[in-house]
Design a protein around this ligand. Sequence first.
Ligand SMILES: [Zn+2]
Length: 294
Amino acid sequence: MTKQLWIILVVVGLVGCASPAPPATTVRPDAPLPTATATLTPSPEPSQTPSPSPSPNPTATPFITPPPAGRPAAIPILMYHHITDLAPTESALEHDWTVAPGNLDAQMSWLVEHGFHTISLAQLAAFFTGSQPLPQKPLVLTFDDGWEDDYSTAFPILKKHNYTATFFVYTSPLDHKQFLSWSQLAEMVKAGMEIGSHTLTHPHLKDLSTEEAKKEIQDSKATLEKRLGIPITTFAYPFGDYTSAIVDQVKQAGYETAVSISGGYNQSSNQLFLLHRIRVSYKDTLPDFASRLP
Ligand SMILES: [Zn+2]
């Protein structure tokens, strides 16, 4: 790949994720989902005993069984992109979509200390649709776009803390400079990480024809399943862009969940295709980070 091409890919990826969340569309209750849900990853069993010190937030309400249909459950889904150190001269945009490795490590330590247990989005789906219990203080960690630093930087930090995460990758840049390789992805899957689809080429789905959008949504799933040999059950909308028609296409393609980029930690059974995520940015201090969690 030429230097020019990968620079374009990098710019597209960075700018791509920088779009603000679209205006919320009206959310209709999801159609009933099949109860059979494939589990992608082994249940994460943190080997470290959580600190007995109580959470500093008195409103934290640990639970292990789903709330009544449509009622929210506190399951934060954190959203990360690049994990690397930035020079102060880098753009504000880049600072918004990057977290320093030292900060990621400190954030993971904080989560372990406060008794959070990482789960996959397949587990979240099974919780809401099949009443499969979750460990107390469940949390989903997500990393978008398939940057190489997912493997070189984030993955070792996750393993150090016995945490798992969901990596949303788009397939076209895989095996190219600055992006994950298929063999790195396979190694991450083997270590219990969940892989989700982020389309083939990271387009603005709402600008595509129905057929083009369908291809991005369906073929990325099929490609990842074929190459990795696992079910791909979760989807992330590029740029956080969606319409009700796109949400329907994601459901029809056979995904069980999809994540948006709108904030908050409450999730519910009627929003499994517009799950909320909390963005973590470069400037966030540990108190900033903690203040967004239940
Ligand atoms: Zn993205």
